[in-house]
Ligand binder design. Structure first.
Ligand SMILES: *Cc1c(COP(=O)(O)O)cnc(C)c1O
Length: 395
């Protein structure tokens, strides 16, 4: 096969309908939406419609949706914005050890500037314990940030419960929902969310556009200073084609959510079932049920993840060793270490993330190829030889 793309957590292919919806805003409707002539006004009207549609999808109001350049910016804005605006009230932030680097590195930055951060542990499935979460709250806690669904192992957190606990203690609740948004249902009101980050390119939209939901009444400082765009809260020329593409991606996601999730889940379960049955010494990572419909993550003992990825690539299969942001780094994934895997096993992890375009044929090809490659790599591993010899002695 030419190419089997199983890295949809890193980014997705833009939907042709999304691309079509964006095109006129490059070629014909190219005005700066902040200008005062009618040429700009029509674009503004369209952007307002998109804002309403996306707000509706989240159970929010349109004036609570702020467009940004993507998930990373939204995470930075939420956390730095609250840290700055509530500095007088407190300097303590709670997050988890398995967040995306957009959250973790933002928190580390704040630690260098006088803030105190608690990084909560997770259990072997990657779940935060609501009791530990509550115990971490102190009088000076201003914000908790817990991701909706993990980008490496797919685990979905008990967000409504964590949000409720935060509110009982007067703490604001942010969630990085970049992997969840458009893939599983989210309602910010019912789920007790004050701030939520999302990104268009993770749901077949364009790269470079995202949003931050900010609940009415929540005050946070600006991150990007300059012009008066986004009602004075986020400067920068409005990305009209991007926002319109984002809107189209959301309307498609809304239509297809259940159908896509059921389809991906079926193929994902086949992948998990075949891999764990046919490849010995394999560990399946993340929670068996509380996980994204399209995510499967495995560790293959005695195999180096990076070598595996290179050989998969030679067979046309695009997968990842966890996060696209850490590949190339020799450190094992912080997420796999947090779920308690020892270094040598965490090194051998591979993440497959499916899409509604993935076929059963591709899954079968992937498992067949994976079996061959894991066998080949193990046959070259002295550790594996020792292990087999020892287990034979025992038997
Ligand atoms: C991809 C991703 C981000 C970053 O989003 P960008 O739009 O690429 O900046 C943040 N958090 C999670 C969980 C992600 O998967």
């Amino acid at each position: 096969m030419d190419r089997v793309y199983l890295d949809n957590a890193a980014t997705t292919r833009i939907d042709p309908e999304v691309f079509q919806a964006m095109k006129p805003y490059f070629e014909e409707e190219y005005a700066n939406p902040s200008s005062s002539y009618r040429f700009a006004g029509a674009i503004n009207g369209k952007i307002q419609k998109v804002r309403e549609e996306i707000a509706g999808f989240l159970g929010a109001k349109s004036q609570e949706i702020f467009f940004t350049s993507g998930g990373s910016e939204s995470d930075n804005w939420a956390i730095k914005g609250i840290a700055d605006s509530l500095r007088e009230k407190g300097n303590h932030i709670i997050t988890t050890k398995i967040e995306h680097h957009a959250v973790l590195h933002t928190c580390e930055f704040l630690e260098r500037h006088g803030y105190e951060v608690t990084y909560l542990e997770v259990d072997e499935f990657g779940l935060v314990d609501p009791k530990e979460f509550e115990e971490a709250i102190k009088p000076n806690t201003i914000l908790a940030s817990v991701m909706f669904a993990n980008n490496e192992i797919g685990t979905i957190q008990p967000i409504p419960e964590l949000g409720r606990i935060a509110h009982e203690h007067g703490v604001l609740f942010h969630t990085d929902a970049v992997q969840a948004f458009g893939h599983i249902p989210i309602d910010v009101q019912k789920m007790n969310i004050d701030l939520l980050s999302a990104s268009a390119h993770k749901l077949n939209g364009p790269k470079g556009v995202g949003l931050l939901y900010i609940k009415s009444g929540v005050k946070l400082s600006n991150l990007i200073h300059g012009g008066a765009q986004e009602r004075g809260r986020r400067a920068g020329t409005t990305n009209a084609p991007g926002i319109i593409g984002f809107g189209k991606a959301v309307s498609l996601a809304k239509e297809r959510l259940e159908e896509s999730a059921a389809y991906e889940k079926k193929l994902r379960d086949k992948l998990i079932q075949r891999v764990t049955a046919e490849i010995p010494y394999t560990k399946f990572n993340g929670h068996p049920e509380k996980r994204l419909p399209n995510n499967a993550n495995f560790c293959f003992r005695f195999v180096e993840g990076e070598s595996l990825l290179i050989l998969l690539d030679q067979k046309g299969i695009c997968a990842s060793s966890g996060s696209a942001c850490t590949s190339g780094a020799l450190d094992p994934s912080h997420v796999l270490l947090a779920i308690g895997l020892p270094h040598e096993i965490a090194h051998g992890s591979v993440r497959f993330t499916l899409s509604r375009e993935t076929t059963e044929e591709e899954i079968d090809y992937t498992v067949d190829t994976l079996k061959e490659i894991v066998d080949r790599l193990r046959s070259m591993s002295p550790l594996y030889e020792d292990f087999v010899a020892k287990s034979q002695n025992k038997a």
